[in-house]
Design a protein around this ligand. Structure first.
Ligand code: SAM
Length: 355
């Protein structure tokens, strides 16, 4: 990368502590406000099913955990949550689920995207986070009206990826990369992300993750700390983890550094931050993130979308029918861009340059 931050610079930033770290975090915050303004945008998050065909070693909804109560919201429940997001002027929502590839699943999502567009008069922006699919499937969902897609690469290191996933065709890093390329060429605002603080992960791996995001030229990023889950294979390495406080700081440093590296992208304050600090998402906003995804999944299902220990907002009872009690507490009203899509400025610039 000519003239920009190199791997060694990024590693150095991620290794900062004390006053130097404070300075980095302040730079992240200043860069956000200077480059994209002070607004924070909401994406109402609907985790509509925890049924998953994958077996990732870190994930609490991997297919081979028998104790997970599997659920699948009805279309009516999903549309009700979407109506809630619309009426409360969230601007956008995210549909997320475990990973399933089938004709009926494809048709269902296509139909839901159209219905959500209809019920909001076209005004709700839709992000999908539904894992790896074929190019044709991504095209169908794009034509139906979804315009952003979040597919975390989890780690850009082939070595770590192999360590954290079964060695079979269903868990190939190459396919995940290929999917990201499809999403970008179809025209989605394309998002990726990684887990921070995985066992055996060093800061140079994280520096490489940031370089990957820059080189791929992503429009949005959602990245957060890895949190151990007792019923997953990776739990056996819990004594190799950095302490939760340090993991949290590392996640904040990743956000601030990424903001400096890619000033005009959208960066989400990941829910997992809140598992380590009750004000985790608000703190992420204060160092460079600009997107928050309040959970609007009906309350009684939230316990079953348990990706990791201590996931926030699990016990909350639904407030009315949609269970939204997951609003960030420490943001000024004027900061929230109600009713706006809050699209990635990086995406619009990328499009302008390509035409
Ligand atoms: N199936 C879709 C996919 O793979 O893109 C979306 C659902 S998946 C459960 C959403 C994200 O949860 C993953 O990309 C992963 O980064 C995150 N995740 C899973 N287990 C986690 C853990 N133990 N700690 C932190 N994040 C985790």
């Amino acid at each position: 990368m000519k003239g920009g931050l190199q791997r060694s610079d990024l590693k150095q930033l991620l290794d900062t502590t004390g006053k130097e770290m404070e300075l980095l975090l302040r730079r992240g915050a200043e860069t956000r406000v200077r480059e994209i303004g002070g607004s924070v945008h909401f994406r109402g998050l609907i985790e509509f099913s925890n049924i998953c065909d994958k077996d990732c070693y870190y994930c609490g909804i991997r297919k081979s955990i028998p104790s997970v109560r599997r659920y699948n919201l009805t279309d009516g429940q999903i549309l009700e949550a979407a109506r809630f997001a619309h009426e409360n002027r969230y601007g956008s929502l995210v549909l997320q689920s475990g990973e399933v590839e089938s004709g009926s699943y494809t048709r269902r999502i296509e139909n839901l995207v159209r219905e959500i567009k209809k019920l909001s008069g076209g005004s709700l922006g839709i992000t999908l986070s539904l894992g790896e699919q074929t190019r044709e499937v991504y095209e169908k969902w794009f034509r139906a009206g979804a315009h952003r897609y979040l597919l975390r690469i989890e780690t850009s290191s082939p070595e770590l990826y192999r360590m954290f996933h079964p060695a079979d065709g269903d868990h190939s890093q190459e396919r995940r990369m290929e999917c990201l390329h499809h999403l970008k060429t179809i025209g989605y605002q394309t998002g990726t992300g990684v887990m921070i603080g995985l066992p055996f992960q060093e800061t140079y791996h994280l520096a490489d993750d940031l370089l990957f995001m820059k080189e791929f030229d992503v429009d949005m990023v959602g990245m957060g700390p890895y949190i151990e889950h007792p019923e997953t294979p990776l739990f056996r390495y819990r004594d190799k983890l950095i302490p939760p406080g340090e993991r949290f700081s590392l996640a904040l440093k990743m956000i601030a550094t990424l903001r400096i590296l890619m000033p005009d992208i959208n960066i989400a304050a990941a829910t997992a931050l809140q598992a380590l600090d009750p004000l985790g998402r608000e703190k992420a906003i204060r160092v460079g993130a600009n997107i928050i995804m309040p959970n609007i999944t009906p309350g009684k299902y939230r316990n079953d979308y348990s990706l990791y220990e201590n996931k926030p907002c699990m016990e909350e009872e639904p407030d009315e029918s949609t269970g939204c009690s997951d609003l960030p507490v420490n943001l000024a009203e004027g900061e929230i861009g109600y009713g706006e899509w809050g699209d990635s400025i990086h995406f619009s610039r990328r499009k302008e340059h390509s035409t």
